[in-house]
Design a protein around this ligand. Structure first.
Ligand SMILES: C[C@H](O)[C@@H](O)CC(=O)C(=O)O
Ligand code: MG
Length: 501
């Protein structure tokens, strides 16, 4: 029996007000609202099978990506899944080389983010129909079929399909032992959740202390806005984690090239393993200059979360401009394009340490990096996957972290979205409401907040009663306090902030 047909595509603009608690804040994104353009593909399968995919955004602009997803729908709806999977490279090109849409790309920007969300949902369907988690679908896949999903256009001067095939064949040696190892110990991770730039020192110290108790040994610290603040916070973290544990820095594209070199030299005393995104993600030669200048200090350069396609990564690798490849599972053209970057990184012998600072990114990228270890890199040396501790409760199969490692998902599904979860995704949990409090919240203020909903309010947040939390789940419409309203509207950029549908 065939895999059926895609009969419908729905896309939601889902936002979480993480900026109000400074979660995810950095030197260039002080107020991120972790958000997603969330795609649901319906099929004519008798069991009503659906595919779920997302791409990650920071709030404003999600509506643009949603429009782009709808613009791509013409290539997706009424398509036969067997045809897609049977020529996945061709389907990838249909989405990325639409004769008109490519003009607002190509393979970058909102259309490429939208392509990622749609293709992630296709991979979700494939994994579900084969009743395997995505990592296992990829590990078990015949190398020729795996390569048939990749568009090698523009990268054959760095990696040919034949070279990639040889790599995958070589990767068969020791594969089952590495799979056993992953099932037993998981994939090593590092945490960014202790040291977002907007966190006060007290919160940073408390989170570091908790993370150390939980077994974390690798910590990423946000830097780049103020040198003295960076020195103070890096000193604090290094003192908390001790000389043996690993620290990384992340400047989120804040500096010019020379400025980056000078600034990192002044933070070298804290012995960071890498400086992440020291300058523009478009400046490949700039990264090469920084990498060369910092090499004598033993500080590597990492980048990738805003590198929009395989061609950029190809040039970073060819120019020896980075020491750590940080693929973003939802920015590149889904699994298809991520595979090409994993294979190029292997060829250039540069470790992949994926980006995962965003809603849903951990849930997806764990599959890619576990596959990478088992079937491509075969090494854990200088390799680790980012973990951030935000919003996992909204996923039907949230990531499982044990001893600071990603445990391979065992469920048959791709583990990151399910319809009931979709409702949750659209509906922040009480925890998100409490996050809405931001610093200085107290029960008195929440009590003052209680008023009946006046019609015409632009902003409201439906939430269960916070007087008797988790018992009375009656939804009470509440107006947001003015200062919160201003902050939220400034972060969302449009007047009608509604978090529910
Ligand atoms: C705005 C995002 O939270 C960003 O700071 C994440 C990031 O750079 C990372 O996780 O690395
Ligand atoms: Mg980063």
């Amino acid at each position: 029996m065939g895999r059926g047909r895609i009969t419908g595509l729905a896309v939601s603009d889902v936002r979480f007000p993480t900026s109000l608690a400074h979660h995810g804040s950095d030197a260039m994104h002080p107020d991120p609202d972790y958000s997603a353009a969330y795609v649901v593909l319906e099929t004519d399968a008798p069991d009503g099978l659906k595919g779920y995919g997302l791409t990650f955004t920071l709030g404003k602009g999600t509506e643009v990506v949603v429009c782009a997803v709808n613009a791509l729908a013409v290539h997706v709806v009424n398509k036969d899944l067997d045809e897609i999977i049977g020529d996945f490279r061709g389907f990838y090109r249909q989405l990325t080389s639409d004769g008109q849409l490519r003009w607002i790309g190509p393979e970058k920007g909102a259309v490429h983010l939208a392509t990622a969300a749609v293709l992630n949902a296709i991979w979700d369907l494939w994994a579900k129909q084969d009743r395997k988690p995505l990592w296992k679908l990829l590990v078990d896949m015949d190398p020729k079929q795996l390569l048939s999903c990749i568009d090698f256009r523009y990268i054959t001067d760095a990696l040919t399909e034949e070279e990639a095939y040889t790599m995958l064949q070589n990767g068969l040696v020791g594969k089952s032992e590495r799979e056993e190892q992953m099932l037993k110990y998981g994939y090593p991770a590092y945490t960014t959740s202790c040291a977002w730039l907007g966190y006060p020192d007290q919160q940073l110290k408390q989170l570091c202390s908790e993370a150390l108790k939980d077994g974390w040994t690798r910590f990423k610290v946000k830097v780049g806005a103020d040198l003295q603040d960076d020195i103070r916070r890096c000193k604090l973290v290094r003192e908390m984690i001790g000389p043996e544990n690993i620290m990384m820095l992340d400047a989120n594209q804040r500096w010019d090239v020379e400025e980056a070199i000078e600034w990192v030299n002044k933070l070298a005393e804290f012995r960071p393993l890498w400086i992440e995104e020291p300058t523009s993600p478009d400046d490949i030669l700039g990264h090469a200059t920084i990498s060369k200048a910092l090499a004598p200090l033993g500080i590597g350069v990492a980048t990738g979360e805003q590198c929009h396609n395989r061609v950029i990564f190809k040039q970073f690798l060819q120019a020896q401009a980075l020491n750590f490849v940080q693929v973003d599972s939802c920015r590149l053209g889904s699994v298809n394009e991520n595979l090409s970057v994993l294979l190029m990184a292997k060829k250039f012998q540069v470790p992949v340490c994926p980006h995962a600072g965003g809603v849903g990114l951990c849930e997806l990228v764990q599959h890619l990096i576990i596959f990478d270890y088992i079937s491509v890199s075969g090494s854990l040396q200088n390799r680790m996957c980012e973990y951030v501790d935000h919003l996992h409760e909204h996923f039907k199969y949230p990531v499982v972290i044990k001893n600071a490692s990603y445990m391979p998902p065992q469920n048959i599904f791709i583990q990151y979205h399910h319809e009931s979860c979709c409702q949750q995704l659209i509906r922040p949990s009480k925890r998100d409401f409490f996050n809405l409090k931001g610093p200085g919240w107290n029960p008195v203020r929440s009590a003052l907040c209680f008023t009946t909903l006046l019609s015409g309010w632009d902003y409201c947040v439906l939430l269960s009663s916070i007087l008797v939390p988790s018992i009375l789940d009656c939804a009470i419409c509440l107006p947001l306090p003015t200062e919160l309203k201003d902050k939220v509207s400034s972060s969302t950029g449009h007047r009608n902030l509604y978090i529910f549908q």
